[in-house]
Design a protein around this ligand. Sequence first.
Ligand SMILES: Nc1nc2c(c(=O)[nH]1)N[C@H]1C(S)=C(S)[C@@H](COP(=O)(O)OP(=O)(O)OC[C@H]3O[C@@H](n4cnc5c(=O)[nH]c(N)nc54)[C@H](O)[C@@H]3O)O[C@H]1N2
Ligand SMILES: Nc1nc2c(c(=O)[nH]1)N[C@H]1C(S)=C(S)[C@@H](COP(=O)(O)OP(=O)(O)OC[C@H]3O[C@@H](n4cnc5c(=O)[nH]c(N)nc54)[C@H](O)[C@@H]3O)O[C@H]1N2
Ligand code: SF4
Ligand SMILES: [Mo]
Length: 750
Amino acid sequence: MSHDSSSTRTALRICPLCEATCGLTLTIEGTRVTGARGDRDDVFSQGFICPKGASIGGLDEDPDRLRTPLVRKDGVLTEASWSEAFDAIARALPAVTEEHGPQAVGVVLGNPNVHTMAGALYPSALLGALRTRALFTASTLDQMPKHVSSGLLFGDPNTIPVPDLDRTGHLLLLGANPLESNGSLCTAPDFPGRLKALRRRGGSLTVVDPRRTRTARLADRHVAIRPGTDALLLAAVTHVLFEEKLTDPGVLVDHLQGIGEVAEAVRDFSPEAVAAACDVDAATIRAIARELAAAPTAAVYGRIGSCTVEHGTLASWLVDVLNILTGNLDRPGGALFPLSATARAPRPAAPGKGFALGRWASRVSGHPEAKGELPISALAEEIAVPGEGRIRALIVLAANPVLSAPDGDRLDRALADGLDFMVSVDPYLNETSRHADVVLPPPPPSQSAHFDFAFNTLSVRNQVRYTRPAVRLDADRMDESEILARLVLAVSGMHGAEPDAVDATVIDRTLGKTVADPHSPVHGRIPAELAAALTGRTGPERRLDLMLRLGPYGDGFGADPDGLTLERLLAHPHGIDLGPLTSRVPQVLATRSGRIELLPAPIAADLPRLRDALAGRTDPDALVLIGRRHLRSNNSWMHNVAALTGGSNVCTLQMHPEDAARLGLVDGAAATVTADGGELSAPVEITDGVRTGVVSLPHGWGHSRPGTRMSVAAARPGVNVNQLLDGTRLDPLSGTAVLNGIPVTVAPTR
Ligand SMILES: Nc1nc2c(c(=O)[nH]1)N[C@H]1C(S)=C(S)[C@@H](COP(=O)(O)OP(=O)(O)OC[C@H]3O[C@@H](n4cnc5c(=O)[nH]c(N)nc54)[C@H](O)[C@@H]3O)O[C@H]1N2
Ligand SMILES: Nc1nc2c(c(=O)[nH]1)N[C@H]1C(S)=C(S)[C@@H](COP(=O)(O)OP(=O)(O)OC[C@H]3O[C@@H](n4cnc5c(=O)[nH]c(N)nc54)[C@H](O)[C@@H]3O)O[C@H]1N2
Ligand code: SF4
Ligand SMILES: [Mo]
């Protein structure tokens, strides 16, 4: 690789900007990324690219991106050296734990942790070193309901089935808009093309969404449901399957328990009973059920609009209940469990430990933990409310909860006034990181290696790809893996040790366990010899090699000489295709019964709340608020790339013409929106793309706070939709914030 500053070359880089994980071919002049196109030879994405991927050069060289650490000196964030920054952390954080106990240090993990290698490899070591339960992540603004339903049904919260997009005959898609989001919990580069291919091969698509989205416009049937009522709709579809004797779980029947109980549980939810609440007529609901049952293969898939709602866990559960009852779970063309190259190698089916909820609770409001996390909606009160166990220091990795979580103003105040010490690992000085005492900036994507530990477990095809840094790390920057390893050392009393020590510890521990496992190909071998056999230039690469070799396709350190290793993967720069998804039940099940537990007790206990929702809303003029995503945006942090601003990517309040007329609002007028948590004013965009009774604002805007350094975003700040929430509306089983279906009033701004 040449680093001559005048030369032009290309390099491969897997795009980290959304879950589609497209392979990109970057054009590099000197050390600058001057262009990006889809890598036609990528085994998975085959040349697909979207406007965000094409603009990655602009993001990479954004002049507002921090280059050096910032350390607060006399109240002011000041450029500092890496050693000053880690010295400050090593002085402050262990002292907080020592004085106030481990729960006094909170950790916040944001979305980009699933898009970086560092975010996959180091947070568990960090949490282990801190011994804190004060963990808050973007999952409780997102997919936690799916983790909970999977944990309860299958015994493992990460055992999530994905729709077999390329082979299914029918897709029932709820609350997702992959034509803008490019898909989520379903990694599929060129999701739009795959939906069009479904139609071309004679399959059908039903989209349930209060808005007529670009995805809905591709559908055979678009159901403009009333927000927040998907669980009712799905319960009614389930009801019809039982009533009309359309259930047929097929070969799954030997691995199921609780079918009769589910039939009983949905008895009250007839299409006629839910029609008014959902604002979907009973005949349509029956048609949805019959189509699902009649399709040769089908998959039900729900995302944000079915998760971040009052009954998010129930809706997520019903999605898979329907896949199971129609015999589509675990069969080609249905919904299947991917098998990632870095997953644990499959072992013989056996009962597992099951999934427990609520093993502890949050201090102030007593919210139960889910998957070891507390609701991020409760972060502000856990800092602000005095008492034993209050959070006094915070480590924020790749998160911007001041904009992304409910009631940002309260959190903003809590971060400003309630903390003794805060660290942010973030490339930007933004609404959240401006409160930190130390900001540690990771390098731009071009200077980072990439492997999709998370998304390969959610991928519509088994495949494996790895890209090394496309550009050499600038001398004054630090790789994010090293940043996080040094952070682990700084909080463990090992400040100053070599960061590789963290990786070596993980490798030793993993090997120690694996050689003791009779099902492992390395059973009985000597850990030190195996560790010495690992290849890779860096700690993260050696860990990747370890996982690949012990994984389902691995060489097992020689047990299968044709198996996967890091070296073999490096020899395939466009990736290795590992074939279509295959059936994995019962081997994937980890419930205590060893079966799919169709009606878990926590779900049954939450059903009365759903029954209460049958009453629906009575005021015909009532409005509810929902969100939306734009193709050229990404949560709160991509509004600083000039190439992606403008066009349809705007922070407007979408409203149906009838509602606008009733309220005396014209297109472009300022409207004041009021809800539990506050009010804001946004320009109205009148469109019949959103149904009556519903208004929509995108999230991630509101870049108007002082002390940030995002000049492009600040020029078009928009408003923070989450300011309308007070943080009290949660899906109780998962602790996920209700972000869709919020009652609001709207009036012209005076
Ligand atoms: N109303 C409403 N609110 C929502 C949603 C909604 O639909 N409606 N969606 C929710 C969802 S699904 C999510 S996932 C959350 C996201 O919530 P967050 O994760 O809190 O928000 P992001 O905007 O993704 O912020 C990511 C942060 O990571 C930084 N970052 C970017 N790249 C890197 C990197 O490589 N390394 C590091 N260390 N940092 C990086 C960014 O600068 C930014 O500060 O928002 C949620 N909020
Ligand atoms: N361009 C872009 N891509 C992204 C992101 C981004 O911010 N921008 N964010 C990334 C992240 S973190 C995630 S989690 C994924 C999310 O990926 P998706 O789940 O596809 O996200 P959205 O595009 O928000 O689609 C949610 C849809 O739900 C609808 N909806 C709202 N309320 C309800 C309801 O009650 N019921 C039903 N049935 N529908 C409802 C909304 O109108 C919207 O069209 O996208 C990822 N990709
Ligand atoms: S679809 Fe997602 S992964 Fe693909 S280029 Fe666009 S942002 Fe990157
Ligand atoms: Mo998300």
